[in-house]
Design a binder for this molecule. Structure first.
Ligand code: AMP
Length: 189
């Protein structure tokens, strides 16, 4: 199973990603987590990345896709993986497509979790309180910026996959179980 999970910040991608990887026994690849690891390592790249994360803007396609290429080359990804938080731009989707071609593998599903804006902002606010001190990008101001970046740069990724006929849109309002059942049904396995 090679699955991409799409959805705006606050849609519950992280929560649902855990359910999906448990169900299909595949590794969870979150570019947000990989970037935060870079920041925590205190490397020179990490310092540059921190400023971008804190602003709510996107890290460059090259940095992110190089990390993804490295990660999916590892042995645990041979039978599949879940991508969470990537692709975030159409350019990233195109780079991913060429990485998959090079490996002679195909995507199994692209799932978009859909949640209305008011619910998203509420959820991000709650997460900001819960994560105070650990995630410096969960303030209301940065949350609004991340939502705007999603609309302008990431929403076209859903259209890209829709045009290819592989996009499944799942209603993200409901309990964790309700939403994951919808996802499993849409993936069809
Ligand atoms: P996330 O944990 O997925 O919400 O990502 C947190 C932050 O990491 C984002 O606001 C971006 O600054 C950065 N980031 C994560 N994934 C990507 C990506 N695929 N492309 C560019 N920036 C990313």
């Amino acid at each position: 199973m090679r699955i991409i999970l799409l959805g705006p910040p606050g849609a519950g991608k992280g929560t649902q990603a855990k359910e999906i990887v448990a169900r299909y026994s595949i590794p969870h690849i979150s570019t947000g987590d990989l970037l935060r690891e870079q920041v925590a390592s205190g490397s020179e790249l990490g310092n540059r990345v921190k400023a971008i994360l804190d602003s709510g803007e996107l890290v460059t396609d090259e940095i992110v896709m190089e990390m993804v290429d490295d990660r999916i080359s590892r042995a645990d990804c041979a039978k599949g993986f879940l991508l969470d938080g990537v692709p975030r731009t159409v350019k990233q989707a195109e780079i991913l497509a060429s990485m998959m071609d090079r490996r002679n593998v195909a995507l199994s599903a692209v799932v978009q979790i859909s949640v209305p804006d008011e619910v998203l902002l509420d959820r991000i606010r709650i997460r900001g309180i819960a994560n105070a001190g650990t995630r410096t990008d969960d303030t209301a101001e940065v949350a609004a910026k991340r939502l705007e970046v999603y609309r302008t740069q990431t929403a076209p990724v859903a259209s890209y996959y829709k045009d290819q006929g592989v996009l499944k849109v799942v209603n993200g309002v409901g309990s964790v179980n309700e939403v994951s059942e919808r996802i499993f049904t849409s993936v069809g396995a």
